[in-house]
Design a binder for this molecule. Structure first.
Ligand code: LMR
Length: 332
């Protein structure tokens, strides 16, 4: 009897030793690295993704979110994704030029009329087909996440294109954005997001373009005397993963993650639309930057100056895609 009890106990211990490491080794860890704060549409989207995975896939999948460039900055994150050091990222579509030239479409100045037209395009068959543009390089697009319309700022009022002449503007790493600022005789400088505040504060650059949520959360408005409501471009993210990693997931888990991403994407759209209104108000109420509204004719001058950039890139991004956006503009 005593012997039996010992045997049973030994078996239980052995089973425990055998099973527990195996169970925990099977838990899939998804590291999600991004560059904005948690209080932004992307930051909230990442946290919501984690929450839903915790609720629905506890013990099977664990999500770790690293905001504010804590783990990787702009350039490094996509390399890390391909190396398997992170599994999810959501960089701006402007930051993928090494992996696809097609996503430059989203940078064309004055292409998208408003966030609704942008959503219309990303939901369309052409937009969905475009989401796969980086797959040949091993980067799988899982969804588009909205941020919103970009505004332009400096330490001088930017009312007509001549006002930007000779000023140094920080841009994301996009040749379209470079051409956009060169079209108004400004001096574009590619720079990581995490460096922008200091560069503005110390005068390394004179101005920048970004959405209200980034202007607020990164406090750019505190170091820019003038901000123009220009709505001249969009900031849209691609939620991306490593294609090999994604395909290696068990089908049921992948399907559940796909479903969660679908739900989170819808919420991110709402976070972004809300942030555009609330963050603009916070910035305006701060009194730290003068907000300028353009007249129709002033706005038209920016359009006239910047729109020729389209012809430089239309073959690269696809005339058919531009036409599809224009259809969405007409409907929104
Ligand atoms: C930027 O670099 O300005 C943005 O892409 C940052 C972000 O992720 O919103």
């Amino acid at each position: 009897m005593k012997k039996n009890t010992k045997l049973i106990a030994a078996t239980i211990v052995a089973m425990g030793l055998l099973t527990s490491p195996v169970v925990s080794a099977k838990e899939i860890v998804i590291k999600f690295s991004h560059v904005t704060t948690e209080a932004t549409p992307k930051g909230k989207g990442a946290m919501l993704f984690k929450k839903l995975v915790d609720e629905r896939l506890a013990g099977k999948v664990r999500v770790e979110v690293y905001p504010s460039s804590q783990l990787y900055g702009d350039k490094a994150v996509l390399k890390a994704l391909l190396l398997g050091d992170v599994q999810l990222a959501a960089p701006s579509l402007s930051k993928f030029s090494k992996y696809t030239k097609k996503w430059a479409l989203f940078d064309l100045p004055f292409l998208f009329k408003n966030p609704q037209a942008l959503n219309c395009f990303t939901d369309s068959p052409k937009g969905q087909a475009l989401l796969g543009a980086a797959e040949r390089k091993g980067i799988k697009g899982l969804g588009y996440w909205l941020n919103g319309m970009k505004q332009i700022s400096a330490n001088t009022p930017l009312i007509v294109p001549e006002d930007a002449k000779g000023l140094k503007f920080r841009i994301m790493s996009s040749d379209v954005l470079k051409a956009q600022f060169e079209a108004v005789d400004a001096n574009p400088q590619k720079m990581a997001f995490s460096e922008v505040y200091n560069a503005l504060a110390t005068g390394v650059i004179d101005g920048q373009e970004n959405t209200w949520s980034n202007i607020r959360s990164k406090k750019f408005f505190e170091v820019q005397k003038d901000t123009t409501i220009s709505n001249h471009g969009v900031l849209e993210y691609a939620l991306v993963t490593n294609k090999r990693f994604w395909n290696s997931l068990p089908t049921d888990i992948r399907m559940q993650l796909d479903q969660i991403i679908k739900e989170v994407t819808t919420e991110v759209t709402q976070f972004a639309l809300d942030a555009a209104v609330k963050d603009m108000k916070t910035v305006a109420d701060s009194g730290k930057t003068n907000i300028h509204t353009l007249t129709a004719s002033q706005k038209q001058q920016w359009v006239t100056a910047m729109k020729p950039v389209w012809s430089q890139f239309e073959d690269q991004v696809g005339k058919d895609n531009i036409a599809a956006v224009q259809q969405c503009n007409a409907q929104n």
